[in-house]
Ligand binder design. Structure first.
Ligand SMILES: Cc1cc2nc3c(=O)[nH]c(=O)nc-3n(C[C@H](O)[C@H](O)[C@H](O)COP(=O)(O)O)c2cc1C
Length: 382
C-alpha cells in the first residue's frame, strides 16, 4: 500500500477543516451546505453508518483487489468523482485538477454542464474517459448540440439529471448573495481578503466562467441577465418524453442520476438506460426526503440484475464506500469529499483524496477478508 500520503490530512474531515480555512466563507458554504435545515445532508452520512460489516478472521486470505468493471471498462476502484457545478469558484482549475487525478488513478470523473471547464478540455485531459452530466436544455437544438459535442469529445457515458425540477432552497447561498461571479458585497470582499492564496490564484487564473456553455451565452450580460438566461435555457424538470430522444441519439452508455425510488428506477429500465445513480444531490434539494442508502437497498434488490445501480450522497470515507457496496451498489460516487481535497491542497488535492479513499477501502477489505468487490454483500450484517 502507498504510504506516501500527506500525513497531515488522513481523513476527509481533516481536508474539510483545512478547506474551511483556505477559501472564502461564501465559497465554502456553497460547497458544504445542504438545503433548508440540512436534515437530509446529515441523514445521508449517518444512515450509511448504520450499516455494519462482518469480518471473517479465520478465513484463508490471499489478496484484496478493488478493481471494478463498469460499462466495459475496468476501473481501479469502485468509486468516482460526482459532477459539481461552479468548481472554479472553490479553487481555480478544480475540474482540471480532479479530471487529471481521476485519469491517473483510473477512476471515472463526471463533468457538470455548469462547471468551469469545457467538455472539450476535459475530454482531452482524460483521453476521452470523462463522463458528462447534462442539465436538460429547454431547446432541442441546444440539447443536440451539447450531446454532439460530448460525443465528439469521446465521452463514454452521458449522465442526465432528474432531481433538480426546481431550485434547491439554500439559506446560506441566499444570505451570501451567491452568484456567478460572486457578488462583491463588503462582506464577501472581506472574506476574500482573509484568504490570500485563494485570491491570488483566482486573480492569476481569471474569473471562473461556464466554459461548456460559453458559446451560447450572449456577450455582455450583467449578473441578473445571466441568471435569467440560465433559467430560460434549462428546463429543469425531466420526464420520460424528454429522455426518449436522448436515448435514441446517444450511442454511448446513458445513466439517470437522482433516482430516489423504485418507480423511477423501473421507468429508467423501460426507457433503455444503462445505469442509475441513486442520489439526492448530496441533500441539496429535498430536505424532507429519504437518505440515499435506504432506497439503494430496495432498488438494488429489485432491479440490480437489470440495470447498473450506483449511489452517491453522504459518502465520506473508505468504510462508507464499503458499507454502500455491501448494501448492493455496483459503484459509488462522491461530490464534496473531492472538492474539500482540492480546496485544502490545491493541485495535489485530487491525488491525495483518491489515494486516501483507496487506502481506507483496501484496509477494510483486508480487515474483513473481502477479496474482491463482488464479495462485499457477503459481509453485510442484515
Ligand atoms: C457544490 C455542489 C454542486 C453540485 N453541482 C452539481 C451539478 O452541477 N450537477 C449534478 O448532477 N450534481 C451536482 N451536485 C451533486 C453531486 O453530483 C452529488 O450528487 C453530491 O455531491 C453527492 O453527495 P456528497 O457531496 O455528499 O458526496 C453538486 C453538489 C455539490 C456539493
Amino acid at each position: 500500500m502507498d504510504l506516501s500520503i500527506n500525513k497531515k490530512y488522513p481523513s476527509v474531515y481533516d481536508l474539510r477543516e483545512r478547506a474551511k480555512n483556505k477559501i472564502p466563507n461564501f465559497a465554502f458554504e456553497y460547497l458544504d451546505g445542504g438545503c433548508n435545515e440540512d436534515v437530509n445532508l446529515h441523514k445521508n452520512t449517518s444512515d450509511i453508518r448504520e450499516v455494519e460489516l462482518l469480518p471473517y478472521y479465520l478465513s484463508k486470505h490471499t489478496r484484496s483487489d478493488m478493481k471494478t468493471e463498469l460499462f466495459g471498462h475496468v476501473y481501479d476502484a469502485p468509486f468516482g468523482i460526482a459532477p459539481v457545478g461552479l468548481q472554479g469558484l472553490m479553487w481555480p482549475n478544480a475540474p482540471e485538477i480532479l479530471a487529471k487525478a481521476a485519469f491517473e488513478h483510473n477512476i471515472p470523473f463526471i463533468l457538470s454542464t455548469v462547471t468551469t471547464s469545457s467538455i472539450e478540455r476535459i475530454g482531452e485531459l482524460t483521453e476521452g474517459r470523462a463522463w458528462f452530466q447534462l442539465y436538460h436544455p429547454t431547446e432541442d437544438s441546444l440539447r443536440d448540440d451539447i450531446i454532439n459535442r460530448a460525443a465528439a469529445a469521446d465521452c463514454p457515458v452521458l449522465v442526465i439529471l432528474c432531481d433538480v425540477p426546481t431550485f434547491g432552497f439554500r439559506p446560506r447561498d441566499i444570505r451570501n448573495g451567491l452568484a456567478m461571479p460572486p457578488k462583491m458585497s463588503v462582506k464577501n470582499i472581506l472574506q476574500i481578503l482573509g484568504r490570500p492564496e485563494w485570491a491570488l490564484k483566482t486573480l492569476v487564473h481569471g474569473q471562473p466562467n461556464f466554459e461548456t456553455l460559453k458559446p451560447y451565452i450572449p456577450k455582455g450580460l450583467d449578473l441578473k441577465q445571466l441568471g435569467k438566461f440560465m433559467d430560460q435555457t434549462f428546463s429543469g424538470r425531466l420526464n420520460e418524453e424528454k429522455i426518449k430522444p436522448i436515448r435514441d441519439m446517444w450511442k454511448g452508455k446513458l445513466v439517470l442520476k437522482g433516482v430516489s425510488n423504485e418507480a423511477d428506477a423501473e421507468k429508467a429500465i423501460r426507457l433503455g438506460l444503462d445505469g442509475i445513480i441513486v442520489s439526492n444531490h448530496g441533500g441539496r434539494q429535498l430536505d424532507a426526503g429519504e437518505s440515499t442508502i435506504r432506497p439503494l437497498v430496495r432498488i438494488a434488490k429489485e432491479y440490480g440484475n437489470q440495470i447498473k445501480v450506483m449511489m452517491d450522497s453522504g459518502i465520506r470515507s473508505g468504510p462508507d464506500i464499503a458499507r454502500t457496496m455491501a448494501s448492493g451498489a455496483d459503484f459509488t460516487f462522491l461530490g464534496r469529499s473531492f472538492m474539500y481535497g482540492v480546496a485544502a491542497l490545491g493541485a495535489k488535492g485530487g491525488d491525495h483524496t483518491i489515494s486516501l479513499l483507496k487506502m481506507e477501502l483496501q484496509q477494510v477489505m483486508e480487515q474483513i477478508c473481502c477479496e474482491n468487490i463482488e464479495d462485499f454483500p457477503n459481509h453485510l450484517i442484515k
